[in-house]
Design a binder for this molecule. Sequence first.
Ligand code: PSU
Ligand code: MN
Length: 303
Amino acid sequence: MNKYLDISPEVKQALAEGKPVVALESTIISHGMPYPKNVETAMLVEKTIRDNGAVPATIAIIGGRLKAGLSAEEIEYLGKSGRKVAKASRRDMAAIVARGADGATTVTTTMIIAHMAGISVFATGGIGGVHRGAETTMDISADLEELGSTPVMVVCAGAKSILDLGLTLEYLETKGVPVIGYGTDELPAFYTRRSGFGVDYRVDSPEELAAMFKAQQGLGMKGGMLVTNPIPEQYAMDKEVIDAAIDQAIAESREKGIHGKETTPFLLARVVELTGGDSLESNIQLVLNNATVAAKTAAELCK
Ligand code: PSU
Ligand code: MN
């Protein structure tokens, strides 16, 4: 095992016994939602995974140690600290570890640590991608590179239209990442079930997802797989409302000169403020929905 990695006793035992485990990220806790909803949601996501027959492994860097499986106290600490905790992407890992600091793991670093620990399924809300205007800013999330190189299945609700979804799909194609629609032919756009862009393959059951992932691993391919699971109908938002909030948030971020790693957290927080918390409730529900699919798929993979 990697000398910088700590696996919690519960996760370690599940992995040793060949039981299903699902990884969860921590940037969604510290940067993606306000306190205390973030902590409540993180605990509820863990419970949903257990209710569906798997063991949750929330991932973070604490005191310079890579953690797979957090205690309730550690989740509370990350949630309460919020944006004071460094958002840790691939380029930040060595610095945070060497300094014995804390880091909230993004999709990228959660995939890296999950893979180190031997966990192959990961549930979250939305992934990073190619930002609108990336043809001049070059702002492309490291999440896409990681999906191209680390063999972990990521179950999400698509990507928010804070991104350029068409360019994000092009980039994933270049990196050889299969984009699967769970029960849909269309890429979901996080708050809404449709984006107007098609997925590569539609899959309708955890069994089918597990079979595809097994084939990818069996072929010796190095990358991951992106499963996009639409938000449940009853929690989907009105497209006009969410598009208007996103357009305003992007305009403000440009006026303020927000850039680099601050861009995504700024846009996420501003959209929640502008939509008066409706989007937060939708966000929570879609994460729970993804946790269910991920847990069932992890269970299939263990058969
Ligand atoms: N998109 C969301 N919610 C999130 C994130 C993205 O809808 O919480 C977080 C994830 O941790 C993701 C990261 O990996 O932001 C991407 O950041 P960046 O765009 O700076 O790569
Ligand atoms: Mn970026």
